[in-house]
Design a protein around this ligand. Structure first.
Ligand SMILES: *[C@@H]1O[C@H](CO)[C@@H](O)[C@H](O)[C@H]1NC(C)=O
Length: 242
């Protein structure tokens, strides 16, 4: 086990793939939407979004929630009224947030490399033209990632007979269908801990920590972490040699 201080913090790039309060009635129209999101082509993305609207308009059951292209309010990528949705977005968008909580969070799946946006949220109350509002100053742009982001491996020094941990982590923007991290080892003494955490607005990190006590037979063995993203992409694992 030549392990090695220099290797202590080693980053390995790989790819993967595979498979893969009531803030609502605040008296004015405001929205808080992530401005730019890195999204993985063929996979999915979740756009965090919250909004407030004038107090007098609160028949929540009657709100029509819409996401549309900034360039044209009629080009709808999501609407409660399915017939209004652009053909190529039908079945690919879903509102995850509850409007009554002022939550307009949007999910898009099967992302195409030209789904860049910008996309803006709009509310329509069926009572008259004054009760409609497009948040065109708070839109989201997608930056396309043709390939999955690189998982990062970090590990402690491997010494025979001493506990060893190695962490594999990958950032993503689809908390509704999280990437899965797997290891090429499966001995009963291995302990795997999975941690999912929020990073900056719109970004998440999935982490898998593998812990075991290296034995002589582990000398020069390879440890491989594989990240599988929703949507089924080709896989290229990351590996380190002990
Ligand atoms: C909005 O809804 C999404 C999806 O249910 C949820 O994950 C998120 O935490 C909500 N945001 C807020 C601010 O409550």
């Amino acid at each position: 086990m030549r392990s090695t201080d220099q290797e202590k913090r080693m980053m390995i790039f790989c790819l993967l793939l595979a498979a893969f309060s009531s803030p609502v009635f605040a008296g004015e129209w405001t929205a808080n939407v992530v401005k730019e999101l890195d999204v993985l082509v063929q996979s999915c993305a979740v756009v965090p979004c919250t909004f407030t609207h004038p107090k007098e308009y609160h028949p929540d059951s009657a709100i029509n929630a819409i996401w549309h292209l900034k360039s044209d309010g009629k080009k709808r990528i999501y609407s409660d009224a399915q017939r209004d949705v652009l053909e190529n977005f039908k079945g690919r968008t879903k509102l995850l947030g509850h409007l009554s909580d002022g939550n307009c969070t949007l999910e898009m799946i099967e992302i195409k490399d030209h789904d860049n946006g910008p996309f803006c949220f709009r509310m329509e109350l069926p009572t008259g033209s004054i009760d409609k509002f497009s948040f065109v100053n708070d839109c989201v742009m997608f930056k396309m990632l043709p390939n999955p982001p690189d998982p990062i491996l970090t590990h402690s020094t491997a010494i025979q007979g001493r506990p060893f941990t190695i962490t594999c982590s990958v950032t993503h923007t689809c908390p509704s269908h999280v990437p899965e991290l797997t290891w090429n080892r499966a001995t009963t003494d291995d302990v795997v801990t999975v941690v999912h955490k929020k990073n900056r607005f719109g970004y998440w990190e999935m982490e898998s920590i593998l812990a075991f006590t290296p034995e002589e037979k582990d000398d020069h063995s390879e440890i491989i972490c594989t990240a599988a993203f929703f949507g089924g992409r080709n896989l290229k694992p990351c590996r380190i040699s002990m």
